[in-house]
Design a protein around this ligand. Structure first.
Ligand code: HEC
Ligand code: HEC
Length: 529
């Protein structure tokens, strides 16, 4: 009996051990798999791989990263899904409707970078968003993309509004956002979905609401429209200035996007529209700040490729139409007499006694808002940034009392003109302010071959309206006291049209008193720039 029992006992024991051993093995295998998975996730999460084009600086400028995407990058699927999710806040079809330019063969627009970081492929803006534009010779032509010219279509004001309105909409919840991303072709694992649901989408919503609050300065300004945005209010916003409390004259800082060609020839010139910085390298780095890149996130390799290219190779294309040689020859000495001291000898030779220096506002008398917007306090605060990174601290910002005399290279692609983009063509700029158009339309890229600039009298193209730029109040002005125009004391007066004045840069010295044939000749000569 006892033998039988001990046999049964030993069988049971063996079976138990067998089960136990199987379980052990299973648990061991599961543990190894789990560790491998965790290891992969850790590796994937820590991957930091930008899509780079170091051999091709033009591509790097158009599609490379500044590093801002490390912080603010939007997962590709969500980027693609947002315009559909928030159709009512996106003015037309997709990102194009905000003025982004797509090229054949690229699935994302010019001015965006792509980086694998924090476990996702992420998209964000780079320099080219604001510094690449297009032109057409005829309305039926395919637009020619020009790298380094002002982004004449991009509507950053609308972009901010569309995105933040979208974040405030009830449809901006994890489930619908993920759905929209998957509808646009994204494929997510269960883990991705959990991260998107519990981390990414809520964080994105928080950040967009935060941006909406910080960018409330836009409520005090006229609409920027395409090709313009505020330069230094975003810096104040990021530094968390109490923007409602700053003096009213300092509230408006809208400018036209500038061109960025020929940077080595600009070394040492006091530039930015108000001439507040004389270092090319710092102007680039402060620009990178505008794409969300700070010292801890800055992609220094990419930025150095971009900066080298801007310094040495980035040039404007020549005027693509015939130039009347006789008229241009007549314009040359007139230009040299009236303009070259402030703007350089030509589009290639920037020698001139006052080039790269600041023309006092009392003299130039253009709209004073952008000048008043950049303050001593901001210059001081920029100097204090990055104290932990002595090499990266800004040392060249200063407060000025006017606007910079800048070179006019590629001026035919830089319209509308003046720092606020208030004068549609070069020929208009040579008229006194009272004779310049009181309103016009921005956003068209067909060249005005006669007056030079873009055609600006069409309210729409194929049913899509252009932005109507009003330099002052035009209709029913009794209800809305207009900002004085020309700005009376060279002090910015807030109001619906503040920052939009087309006054200034007029009088004998600026060529506006010349006979019409002389003005035509100067415009013809400027086509050679
Ligand atoms: C969000 C739009 C935007 C982005 C992105 C942007 N810029 Fe700019 N950039 C501007 C505006 C606006 C100005 C004019 C600033 C002013 O004077 O008010 C400017 C001015 C400049 C200037 C000085 C031009 C001059 O001669 O006065 C340079 C150089 C420049 N940007 C380079 C860059 C580089 C390099 C990058 C990328 C690292 C970049 N920008 C990204 C909008 C942008
Ligand atoms: C005393 C210096 C001075 C003289 C002389 C002068 N300008 Fe200017 N010019 C400026 C300044 C400063 C600005 C920027 C003003 C602003 O944006 O508010 C400017 C702006 C411009 C712009 C717009 C640039 C852009 O990117 O939008 C053009 C074009 C221009 N000037 C052409 C001329 C021509 C042509 C002449 C001669 C007939 C001339 N200027 C004479 C100082 C001068």
């Amino acid at each position: 009996m006892s033998g039988f029992l001990s046999r049964v006992g030993s069988h049971l024991c063996r079976a138990g051990c067998w089960v136990w051993r199987r379980r052990c093995r299973f648990a061991g295998a599961a543990l190894i798999l789990l560790l491998a998975w965790a290891g992969y996730l850790y590796y994937d999460y820590r991957r930091d791989e930008p899509q780079a084009f170091y051999e091709n600086p033009v591509m790097q400028f158009k599609y490379g990263s500044t590093g801002g995407d490390r912080l603010a990058g939007i997962p590709v699927g969500i980027w693609n899904g947002l315009p559909k999710l928030c159709r009512k806040y996106f003015p037309g079809e997709g990102w194009q409707s905000l003025g982004f330019i797509y090229e054949d063969g690229m699935s994302r627009p010019i001015g965006t970078s792509l980086r694998r970081s924090l476990g996702f492929e992420r998209i964000f803006l780079n320099c080219a968003a604001c510094h690449v534009g297009t032109y057409r010779a005829e309305p039926s032509d395919k637009p020619v993309v020009v790298v380094g010219m002002p982004a004449n279509h991009l509507e950053l004001g609308k972009l901010e509004k569309s995105l933040t309105d979208c974040a405030l909409d009830e449809s901006f919840n994890p489930w619908q956002v993920i759905q929209a991303a998957e509808d646009s072709g994204a494929k997510y694992s269960l883990f991705d979905r959990l991260v998107l649901q519990y981390v990414v989408v809520p964080a994105m919503r928080e950040l967009l609401i935060f941006a909406r609050f910080r960018f409330r300065f836009l409520d005090n300004e006229p609409d920027s429209g395409p090709g313009r945005f505020d330069t230094f209010n975003p810096a104040k916003a990021l530094l968390n200035w109490p923007l409602d409390l700053v003096p009213r004259r300092e509230m408006i800082g809208i400018v036209d996007f500038p061109s960025v060609w020929n940077q080595s020839q600009r070394e040492g010139m006091w530039l930015h529209w108000d001439g507040n910085n004389n270092s090319v390298e710092e102007r680039n780095r402060s620009a990178a700040f505008g794409t969300g890149a700070v010292p801890t996130t800055l992609d220094t390799k990419s930025l150095s490729v971009i900066a080298d290219w801007l310094r040495t190779q980035a040039k404007p294309p020549p005027w693509p139409f015939p130039i009347d040689p006789v008229r241009a020859a007549r314009g040359k000495p007139l230009y040299e007499t009236y303009c070259s001291a402030c703007h350089g000898m030509s589009g290639k030779d920037f020698i001139g006694a006052r080039v790269g220096k600041v023309e006092p506002i009392a003299h130039i008398r253009t709209d004073p808002c952008r000048l008043d917007n950049y303050t001593h306090a901001l210059a001081a605060e920029q100097g204090n940034l990055y104290s932990g990174f002595p090499d990266l601290r800004f040392r060249h910002f200063r407060k000025t009392d006017g606007y910079a005399n800048m070179p006019l290279d590629g001026i035919w692609l830089r319209g509308p003109y003046l720092h606020n983009g208030s004068v549609p063509t070069l020929r208009d700029l040579l008229e006194p302010a009272a004779k310049r158009p009181a309103f016009f339309y921005r956003g068209y890229d067909v060249i005005d071959r006669e007056k030079v600039g873009f055609l600006s009298n069409l309210p729409s193209e194929k049913g899509v309206p252009f932005f109507r730029y009003e330099t002052r109040c035009i209709e029913n002005c009794a209800a809305e006291p207009p900002a004085p125009s020309p700005p009376a004391d060279n002090v910015c007066v807030p109001g619906k049209w503040a920052g939009n004045s087309n006054a200034g840069h007029e009088g004998k010295e600026y060529g506006t008193d010349l006979p019409p044939e002389d003005k035509d000749a100067i415009v013809e000569y400027l086509k050679t720039f």
